[in-house]
Design a protein. Structure first.
Length: 159
């Protein structure tokens, strides 16, 4: 099984829709108070803008002729001020591997590509958000060397 990682192209949009939906669906199921049911959570215009934005980096994993994974990352810079040091971070906004090919090293290969990009961009760190309840994702990210930086906590006042 030879997995190729390459930059996403506009022509990939239709093939990526099921993966974007798969990630979004997990969020909708877990937090319907925050996320709306949407068959196409990433619109074609947004996808095109991300491809054109030099701060965004979208990569796909290809197995044969099929796109089986995607990672969306973006550079985020903090300007130094009296409170914080300047930082340049590569934020992973989304990572998805098709359900049918999970546990075959595709996510690991996509993230390795992100780490290589981060080194080339000379960023301070690679960061991402992950739900505390998504134990499978937490184990995966820990297995590739990531650690918990902080927690985001809430007191829900409406249900």
């Amino acid at each position: 099984m030879e997995i190729a990682i390459r930059s996403a192209k506009q022509e990939d949009y239709e093939a990526l829709l099921p993966l974007f939906w798969q990630v979004h669906h997990v969020h909708v199921v877990e937090r319907p108070d925050l996320y709306k049911v949407n068959a196409a959570p990433v619109g074609e215009e947004l996808f095109q803008r991300q491809l054109e934005d030099d701060q965004h980096h979208l990569f796909v994993a290809v197995l044969g002729d099929a796109i089986v994974g995607v990672v969306v990352a973006r550079v985020d810079e903090t300007i130094e001020n009296s409170f914080v040091n300047a930082r340049k971070v590569l934020l992973v906004d989304s990572l998805c591997v098709a359900d049918t090919v999970r546990k075959k090293g595709i996510g690991r290969k996509l993230m390795q590509h992100v780490f290589e990009l981060a080194n080339a961009l000379n960023v301070d760190s690679v960061e991402l958000g992950v739900s505390e309840t998504n134990q499978q994702a937490l184990r995966f990210y820990e297995s590739i060397g990531m650690t918990t930086k902080s927690r985001k906590m809430e007191l829900r006042l409406t249900e």
